[in-house]
Write a protein of this length. Structure first.
Length: 112
């Protein structure tokens, strides 16, 4: 068994769902993708554009995000923002995350 490979796989699984929650939480105001990449990376949440853009397109396809092009500047940018449905999903997911992570922490720390 390769421990490093196993840990890497587990970390990737943990990140997948968490990134959706984080992306939704950061799009309450119109934001373009690269700006979100920089913000997440600055918060020590590694994210690259090749991961973010397909994720945002998928969330848009699910009706959780909407997008709009801004062509007023010399370089057009596509801005994303959470939809009312996305806000409902975010709030329910956030509630679940807080409760679930508290139970996980308690088990990991041996306080249960």
């Amino acid at each position: 068994m390769n421990v490093e490979e196993t840990v890497s796989g587990l970390m990737q699984e943990l990140r997948r769902g968490t990134l959706i929650l984080l992306v939704l939480s950061q799009l309450k105001e119109p934001t373009y993708g690269y700006s979100l990449v920089k913000k997440l990376n600055a918060s020590q949440i590694p994210m690259d554009a090749n991961t973010l853009y397909p994720l945002m397109r998928r969330l848009e396809g699910q009706g959780l995000l909407k997008s709009q092009w801004d062509t007023a500047e010399s370089k057009p940018r596509k801005y994303y923002q959470i939809t009312p449905e996305g806000l409902m999903v975010l709030e329910k997911t956030k509630e679940y995350w807080k409760s679930f992570s508290a139970r996980v922490d308690a088990l990991l720390e041996g306080t249960v």
